[in-house]
Design a protein around this ligand. Structure first.
Ligand code: TXA
Ligand code: MG
Length: 323
């Protein structure tokens, strides 16, 4: 298992040697390496078992340190950066030569963000390079929101995990770019669309493009548990599956089922708070995936605010993998 700690110097030393370190962010844990070192970037893909057509997000500790990575910065996106960085916002910007094709999967734009976690910001401030960091999970599985999630799956492959506690937001960053003059959302995430629209006006959402294989974050099946995961009306589904003899696990917004053992059910927010539900979503999915349940039943949450991103992840978890 990896060494787990809060020693920034130690994390920096590994990264300076070209090794990978798991880092906390406000959204999910990242698997980080020197973005300007091809070998380190290659080992990110290998460690995650991630196809190289799925590009990586670069992380820096300030807007000023993003400038050298991009060849232009549209006014509207700059306003978003100023409003929400550090925070759960990723921008797609025209890349400079210094960024390798491996990072962007050959695309013209590079994904960049300033994450909001004190440990990782302090680490980034010590480094002379940006960090490439996808979520620290095997490709296609649920993103990690706690140290234990990272350690269980990647712990034998990396030397160090920087322990920043449980992720406060719990959903990956919202990915935003421009098409002409139009601001486009490519992945719903931890920054609510209404907050983005308050700064730049109306946006277009293109988060469900199956026609774009170059952005697997947009693929239907992703963020998925290993067990069968069914979405629907729990009041109907739960008794039906129990009757079929299934060991039922339940991921609800805020209900409790007396017919199901408590270690096989997770209510995301007793007070129906979408922020709390987002924070607990991936933890709940993992817990049920590791429980004795043979099938996981889940329901959508209200399609408002962060609820849109939560529902997006629930639908992708429920989609059948494409083989
Ligand atoms: O919150 C987050 O964004 C986390 C933390 C660690 O920062 N990172 C994260 O990375 O979720 P990852 O690699 O799991 O998802 C990034 C997604 C990719 O699936 C890809 O679709 C999209 O971002 N992406 C990255 N670079 C892109 C590019 N140049 N053009 C289009 N999409 C891109
Ligand atoms: Mg990911």
């Amino acid at each position: 298992m990896a060494e787990v700690g809060v020693n920034i110097e130690r994390a920096a030393a590994y990264l300076n040697q070209g090794q990978l370190v798991a880092i906390p962010t406000e959204t999910v844990y990242g698997l980080a390496g020197n973005a300007l070192d091809i070998k380190a970037v290659s080992s990110i893909f290998e460690t995650k078992n991630r196809p190289t057509f799925d590009p990586l997000i670069l992380h820096a500790d300030s807007l000023e340190r993003i400038y050298p990575l991009v060849s232009s910065f549209p006014e509207k996106l700059k306003r978003l950066a100023q409003a929400f960085w550090p925070g759960p916002l990723t921008l797609l910007l025209p890349r400079k030569e210094i960024i390798s094709d491996l990072v962007t999967s050959g695309l013209d734009r590079v994904a960049v963000r300033v994450p909001n976690h004190p440990l990782t910001l302090a680490l980034l401030a010590q480094l002379e390079f940006p960090l490439a960091a996808p979520s620290a999970n095997p490709f296609g599985y649920i993103s990690p929101t706690q140290v234990g999630h990272v350690d269980a799956q990647l712990g034998t492959q990396i030397p160090y995990i920087l322990d920043g506690g449980a992720c406060a937001v719990g959903l990956e960053s919202t990915i935003v770019g421009m098409e002409g003059e139009q601001v486009v959302i490519y992945r719903l995430g931890g920054l609510d669309i209404s907050k983005i629209e308050a700064v730049v006006g109306q946006v277009t959402v293109q988060a469900h493009s199956s026609s774009n294989p170059s952005a697997p974050g947009q693929l239907a099946s992703h963020y998925a548990p290993r067990k069968p995961f069914l979405l629907g009306n729990l009041v109907e589904l739960v008794p039906k599956m129990i009757q079929q003899g299934k060991e039922v696990g339940v991921l609800s917004f805020n209900s409790h089922f007396s017919t199901i053992p408590s270690d096989r059910q997770v209510a995301l927010s007793a007070t129906q708070d979408l922020q709390e539900a987002a924070q607990r979503l991936f933890m709940g999915m993992r817990l049920l995936d590791e429980s004795t349940a043979s099938v996981i039943l889940a329901e959508l949450v209200p399609e408002i605010g962060l609820g849109r991103a939560i529902n997006d992840r629930l639908k992708r978890a429920a989609a059948q993998p494409i083989h």
